[in-house]
Design a protein around this ligand. Structure first.
Ligand code: SF4
Length: 203
């Protein structure tokens, strides 16, 4: 029996594809195409992308490329849901072949091969894969009034020294922003990441 190449059998569960500005972290304000893959098994109660559990399209890697090729931008953010719950390899290879810069947003629960990924942002949740944590270019740490410097430092100890560490105030609430500022002032290698798109009320 002939085995079909993975790219022709693998269909991605996609929630949405859109062109906008990156709203968080190092690339905040830069244009990017967002490919939001559907589904996440972590089910955090505070999740702000619960709508991404829904699959609106089933697309091959080739079909994803065709949809994003209409935009004049060569940066793609793979986000979710949790993108690493799907086999990303065929899509990553095709994106690279078409000369896209690939940014990945992940909760870090799964082991990922970052060779084809240009920038990996990890937002730790209930479980983190230690090897993936070491490969992160940036950590986005959802911060609330209970977040302590000790928990941040214990995470930083296992990170690559070059990994950027952002505190993101949970729900953008005033109390949580205040807590971020307090922690950053105590530890100046931390950075603040606000969800710019939410403040600007843009998608
Ligand atoms: S890991 Fe992220 S996407 Fe998944 S449920 Fe939690 S907040 Fe939502």
């Amino acid at each position: 029996m002939r085995t079909l190449p993975a790219s022709s059998v693998n269909k991605y569960k996609v929630n949405e594809i859109f062109y906008s500005l990156e709203g968080e972290g190092l690339f905040s304000g830069c244009p990017a195409i967002f490919v939001r893959l559907a589904g996440c098994t972590m089910c955090c109660p505070w999740c702000d992308t619960k709508y991404a559990q829904k699959t609106n399209f089933n697309l091959t890697a080739e079909q994803v490329i065709k949809k994003i090729a209409v935009y004049p931008c060569k940066t793609v953010v793979l986000t979710g849901g949790e993108p690493t719950e799907q086999n990303l390899n065929p899509l990553l290879k095709l994106l690279k072949k078409n000369k896209y810069q690939i940014h990945l947003e992940t909760n870090g629960a799964n082991l990922i091969d970052t060779k084809l990924i240009d920038f990996c942002t990890l937002s730790p949740k209930a479980y983190i894969n230690a090897k993936t944590l070491k490969k992160a270019d940036a950590v986005k740490y959802i911060t609330d009034t209970k977040t302590t410097l000790q928990e941040i430092e214990s995470l930083q100890e296992v990170l690559n020294k070059k990994t950027l560490f952002y505190l993101q105030p949970k729900n953008n609430s005033k109390e949580n922003i205040k807590q971020c500022l307090k922690l950053i002032k105590q530890k100046p290698n931390l950075r603040l990441s606000v969800q710019l798109h939410k403040f600007l009320n843009i998608k």
